[in-house]
Write a protein that binds this ligand. Structure first.
Ligand code: SF4
Length: 428
């Protein structure tokens, strides 16, 4: 990795390509999938999906058919009805909520999650949440958002959830707004590492969104700065701006370089002296570089292409190209937010084609032409590609794994080197 990366000003305007927008058939999971990681993170919350049997099956299989004594998500299944039957639907929903809250007094926040069957679309869940909020005023907070498959991809489920959480969180009475909010779900271990680094840098108070308890959702004040830990939070970023926060422009904390520049954006915003920043980050940075270096031998000069799935595509491409020496052939991403991607694109080779949206047929044809050593793609596409002799990496694995931060940089690189090593072993 280049030692000169910090010389680049990530906030400066850069000459970046505008992605080609392609529309057509897609193959991605819907936003309900995000409940699998959100319910683990927000421990005082319950996610009640209002949906169909398909939604219930998706959640069960995405969650690995986990058996809990006290699960924190469920599906209220609506049968098909016409508009005249909607009053019954509301009554049914009220009954389910009453039963649930009667049995589970520990629930402090109830997310009503919308889905895409037509009978659910007819039901106004925002209104339902307001009605139920009046009924359970001081006992439970009600938040409605959409996890519907009509949205572009599964990570939008988290974006919609966090945006609604921010928009509906009451302003703290007399409490101090955090100086810095880190937005985007992180594994607890990663959050703890970042909290220690911010403390060592003298930046604080720092809050994380989502908090481990929804009741502690941070609300920004006019002086609050926000670092996005995930690149798919377009709506959440806007909700935070609406509350007066400033979103800091930075690459995402993937890899040694990404983490360093992400922390540097915060350090600059809080006037941390350069020498102190170098002192705090030197040891973990060195560890991260060494750990990535161990995987570089396998990854260097291998060709990688991205199919649209997780919205992590651009930051991952930057990491694989700059730190692992991979040759990025093409990037397709479900949705491209030029503002949130500005600092990432500044680090990317501008000749790498980026496609936003993507037509599945055209994208697969492109992969067959490119024949990369590794294709980062959705779960449903991986097997057909493997059958054609093309190695694949499921992008959803990158959402479920702790990959952010210095101490995870080596693990992140290893996720990509593993399928290549397996191929090499099979060839032997
Ligand atoms: Fe399927 Fe729509 Fe339910 Fe998702 S929300 S599981 S896409 S029916």
């Amino acid at each position: 990795m280049s030692d000169t990366v910090l010389a680049r000003d990530c906030t400066a305007p850069v000459n970046v390509q505008t992605p080609v927008v392609e529309r057509g058939q897609r193959a991605v999971f819907c936003g309900l999938t995000s409940i699998v990681w959100l319910h683990r993170r927000i421990q005082d919350a319950f996610f009640l999906v209002v949906g169909s049997r398909t939604c219930a099956h998706l959640l069960q299989s995405a969650a690995g058919v986990m058996i809990f004594a006290e699960p924190r998500f469920a599906t209220a299944i609506l049968q098909d009805r016409d508009l005249a039957g909607m009053a019954d639907c509301h009554e049914e929903l009220d009954r389910v909520v009453e039963e649930l809250l009667g049995r589970r007094p520990e629930i402090k926040t109830l997310f009503l999650v919308g889905s895409c069957p037509s009978e659910v679309i007819k039901l106004d869940l925002n209104n339902a949440a307001q009605r139920l909020q009046k009924r359970y005023e001081s006992r439970v907070r009600m938040v409605a958002y959409s996890g519907s498959g009509i949205e572009t991809t599964f990570t939008q489920g988290e974006d919609n959830c966090l945006a609604e959480l921010v928009a509906t969180t009451p302003r703290p009475r007399g409490g101090q707004a955090p100086a810095l909010i880190v937005a985007g779900t992180l594994a607890d271990v990663v959050e703890d590492q970042f909290a220690r680094l911010f403390e060592a840098l003298g930046i604080g108070p720092v809050a994380f969104l989502p908090a481990r308890n929804a009741e502690e959702t941070p609300v920004p004040g006019p002086d609050t700065k926000v670092l996005l830990a995930q690149p798919f939070l377009t709506v959440t970023a806007q909700a935070l701006r609406d509350r007066g926060a400033e979103i800091l422009s930075a690459p995402y904390p993937l890899g040694a370089e990404g983490t360093l520049l992400w922390l540097k954006a915060a350090a600059d915003a809080f006037d941390v002296a350069g020498a102190h920043f170098d002192e705090v980050t030197a040891a973990p940075l060195a560890r991260a570089r060494t750990a990535v270096g161990h995987q570089r031998e396998t990854l260097a000069d291998k060709r990688v292409s991205f199919l649209p799935d997780s919205q992590l595509e651009v930051p991952l491409a930057r990491f694989l190209a700059r730190e692992c020496g991979m040759l990025v052939q093409s990037i397709a991403t479900p949705f491209h937010d030029p503002t949130l991607m500005e600092a990432e694109q500044a680090l990317l080779d501008p000749t790498v084609p980026i496609v936003e949206g993507g037509d599945l047929g055209l994208r697969l044809d492109n992969i067959r032409d490119e024949r990369p050593d590794l294709t980062v793609c959705g779960l449903g596409i991986a097997n057909p590609l493997e059958a054609e002799g093309l190695r694949s990496k499921w992008s959803i694995e990158l959402i479920f794994s702790p990959i952010q931060g210095f101490d995870q940089a080596g693990d992140l690189a290893a996720l990509f080197s593993r399928p290549l090593k397996r191929t090499a072993q099979l060839e032997v």
